[in-house]
Design a protein around this ligand. Structure first.
Ligand code: GCV
Length: 576
C-alpha cells in the first residue's frame, strides 16, 4: 500500500507540475480509517444521492463486476481513502444474507488491490429479520451468538472486512434502546462479534428523541456523552460535524470536546443534501477547514477538532473520518464537475487534516482542469468563496434548516406541517415580531452549556458571538446593531443579496474562461451555474418575503425586490 500511495503521490507531483529532481518524501496518513459512507439502497437508489444510481449493481453481482468499480477503488486510493461502507445506514437486513454477502465479497475482491476495505451498515434487528429470533436485545445470549456467527460467516468470505456501521434508535431505526439497553450495550455486543477478526464497529451519534421543550441541537450530546469511556476498544463513535444535520453552516458538534475516553470520528456530508444537491458549486473544503480548526478548549487553548480527531490530544488507538459519498453512475461521477473536487478534498483531508483549502483547490484544478495560471487564480477564487456565498443566499448569520420539507431542495422557512416539530423550519428560526433566531443560551434551551469555556462564554454573549452563529445561539431583535453597525434586518437582507451577486459574478468569470477549459466541461458547468443563479434568487426572495412578514421593515438600498408574492413562493415546489 505504501508503494501504491507513493506512486499516486508521484503522479500528483507530475500533474501539478512540481519539481521532481530531488525527491525525498516521507509521509504517512494522519488518520487511520479514511472512509466513504454510501447511503445506497439495495434497489439501486441512493438516499440523498444526486449523481445517478448506485454504483453497485446487485443484480449483476457476483458474476459481473462493472469495470467502473475498479476505477472507483483506484480513484479512492489515489486520494488516500481506505474504506467504503456499501449500504445505507437506514439499513436493509438483506445485505447480511448469504446471497448478498457473496456479492459484497465480489466487490471486496475488486477493491482489495487498492487498499479499500469494505464495511457494511448493519440493521440492529437483523437477528429477528434474518435469524428468526424473537428479540434483538444485545444482552440476550442467542442474539450475541447470532451476530458472532454472522461475523464469522462474513470474515470467511472477506478476510479483511472492515466492520459494521450502525444507525441505532434514530429516525425509526431499531437499536438497543428498543430493548431498554444502552448504546454502549449495543455497540459492545457487535464489537465482540467482530473483535476476533480485528473488525470495528462504527456507532453513529446521530440520535435525537423528541420530547417537550427539547432542543435538537443538544440531543446527541445528551444521549451519548454519558457513555464516554464505556465503549469497547474496537468501537468508534461517528459524530456529524455539527449538532443538527449537515447544514450549510453549523458550529462544531460539542461531542468533539466532550468524549475524551472515546474514539470519536467526524462524519462529513460530501453529498449536498442541504447545499443545492449536485446543482450548486460549493467547495466544501472551506467548510471542513472551519470545522477542523474550531477550538474545543477541551484541554485548554489549541484543543482543535483536528487534534481531537487525529489522536494528538487523547492518544486514542483508532482514528478516522467518514464522508457521505457524492458519487453515482453519472459519467462525471458526482453530477457536477466541480463536486469531484469535494470527493478529492475529503480524501486529502483524511490523509492530512491540516491541508489548506487553497492547496487542495490548486491541486485539484491542476490535475483536473487547467495549468493556466490566470485561469487557476479565477477558479481557485470561485471555489474558495463559494461556501460563504451559498451560506449567504441560503442561511446567513446562523440561520439553519430553512429547507423545503422532505427533499431539502430550495427554501421553505414557513414550513410547519411535518409530524415532528424539529423537522420544521419554523422550529429553528423562531421568527416573530421582535426578532429571529433560536435562543440556546441560559434564557433559552441552554445547550450552549455543552461547550467548554471560553467557547461557551463567547457563544452565549450576544456581543462576542461571531456573526456567523448569531441566530444559531440567540433570538435577536430586528433592530439589533451587528458588527457592521447595520441593523440585523438590513444585515440579513444584504447577506442574501450578496449571495445572489456572487453567483452572477461567478457566471461571468466562468464564461470568460471558455478558451481555457475543454468545451464540454465548460458548457456543463456554465449550465449548472445558471441553475445556481436561479436558485440563489429563489432563496433570497422567498426567505426575505417571508421574514418581512415578521420584521415589517423595508428592504434597504441595494437589495433587489422579490418578483413574486409569498403565496407564490409557498406554492412553488421542487425545481432541480
Ligand atoms: C440516512 C438526515 C437525512 C437522512 C439521513 C439521516 C442520517 O436526517 O435527511 O436522509 O438518513 O440524516 O444521517 O441518518
Amino acid at each position: 500500500m505504501g508503494a501504491l500511495y507513493g506512486a499516486f503521490h508521484f503522479l500528483r507531483l507530475l500533474q501539478t507540475l512540481q519539481p521532481i529532481d530531488k525527491l525525498d518524501v516521507s509521509q504517512k496518513p494522519r488518520l487511520q480509517l479514511r472512509l466513504l459512507d454510501h447511503w445506497d439502497n439495495l434497489d439501486g437508489s441512493i438516499e440523498r444521492g444526486y449523481a445517478g444510481r448506485s454504483l453497485w449493481d446487485w443484480k449483476a453481482l457476483p458474476e459481473n463486476v462493472d469495470s467502473r468499480l475498479r476505477d472507483y477503488a483506484r480513484a479512492n486510493a489515489s486520494i488516500g481513502i481506505n474504506g467504503s461502507t456499501l449500504n445505507n445506514v437506514n439499513a436493509n437486513a438483506q445485505i447480511l444474507t448469504a446471497e448478498y454477502l457473496r456479492r459484497v465479497a465480489a466487490i471486496a475482491d475488486v477493491f482489495r488491490p487498492y487498499g479499500v476495505k469494505v464495511y457494511l451498515s448493519a440493521r440492529f434487528s437483523a437477528p429477528i429479520e434474518l435469524g428468526g429470533l424473537k428479540t434483538a436485545d444485545p444482552l440476550d445470549a442467542e442474539v450475541a451468538a447470532w451476530w458472532k456467527q454472522k461475523a464469522d460467516e462474513i470474515y470467511k468470505l472477506i478476510p479483511d472486512f472492515g466492520g459494521f456501521l450502525v444507525k441505532a434508535n434514530s429516525e425509526g431505526q431499531p437499536g438497543p434502546r428498543t430493548y431498554h439497553r444502552t448504546h454502549a450495550d449495543g455497540a459492545n455486543m457487535l464489537a465482540a462479534a467482530v473483535a476476533p477478526h480485528k473488525g470495528v464497529v462504527i456507532w453513529r451519534a446521530f440520535v435525537y428523541d423528541m420530547k417537550p421543550g427539547y432542543d435538537r441541537a443538544g440531543a446527541a450530546y445528551e444521549n451519548l456523552q454519558p457513555f464516554d469511556g464505556k465503549f469497547a476498544p474496537n468501537v468508534l463513535l461517528q459524530v456529524k460535524n455539527g449538532p443538527i444535520d449537515f447544514q450549510p453552516r453549523e458550529p462544531f458538534h460539542p461531542l468533539f470536546g466532550g468524549m475524551s475516553r472515546t474514539q470519536v470520528i467526524p462524519e462529513l456530508q460530501i453529498t449536498q443534501e442541504y447545499l443545492g444537491f449536485s446543482n450548486h458549486l460549493v467547495f466544501l473544503a472551506q467548510m471542513w477547514r472551519e470545522f477542523l480548526d474550531s477550538d474545543t478548549y477541551a484541554s485548554g487553548p489549541g484543543s482543535t477538532v483536528t487534534k481531537v480527531v487525529d489522536g494528538s490530544l487523547y492518544h486514542q488507538r483508532l482514528t478516522g473520518m467518514a464522508g457521505v459519498a457524492n458519487t453515482g453512475t453519472d459519467r462525471n461521477w458526482t453530477g457536477h464537475h466541480f463536486l469531484q473536487g469535494n470527493w478529492y478534498a475529503f480524501g486529502r483531508l483524511t490523509w492530512n487534516p491540516d491541508l489548506s483549502s487553497r492547496q487542495i483547490a490548486d491541486e485539484w484544478i491542476a490535475m483536473t482542469l487547467t495549468h493556466d495560471p490566470k485561469a487557476t487564480e479565477t477558479i481557485a477564487r470561485m471555489m474558495l468563496e463559494s461556501h460563504e456565498a451559498v451560506v449567504d443566499y441560503m442561511t446567513p448569520l446562523g440561520l439553519h434548516h430553512l429547507f423545503w420539507g422532505g427533499h431539502h431542495y430550495g427554501p421553505a422557512p414557513w414550513w410547519n406541517t411535518e409530524p415532528r416539530d424539529d423537522w420544521n423550519p419554523v422550529y429553528y428560526h423562531r421568527a416573530d415580531a421582535e426578532g429571529i433566531g433560536f435562543d440556546r443560551t441560559a434564557t433559552g434551551s441552554n445547550t450552549v452549556n455543552q461547550y467548554h469555556w471560553p467557547v461557551r462564554g463567547q457563544f452565549s454573549n450576544l456581543s462576542t458571538c461571531p456573526d456567523r452563529f448569531l441566530l444559531w445561539f440567540h433570538h435577536v431583535p430586528w433592530d439589533y446593531r451587528v458588527r457592521s453597525g447595520r441593523t440585523l434586518w438590513d444585515e440579513m437582507t444584504l447577506h442574501y443579496q450578496h449571495g445572489v451577486a456572487w453567483v452572477r459574478a461567478t457566471r461571468k468569470d466562468w464564461d470568460a474562461l471558455s478558451d481555457k477549459i475543454d468545451p464540454d466541461r465548460h458548457a456543463a458547468v456554465a449550465k449548472k451555474l445558471t441553475i445556481q443563479e436561479r436558485d440563489a434568487i429563489w432563496w433570497k426572495d422567498a426567505c426575505l418575503t417571508y421574514f418581512q412578514t415578521f420584521s415589517e421593515r423595508s428592504l434597504p438600498a441595494g437589495v433587489e425586490k422579490p418578483a413574486k408574492t409569498l403565496a407564490e413562493y409557498q406554492a412553488k415546489s421542487l425545481q432541480w
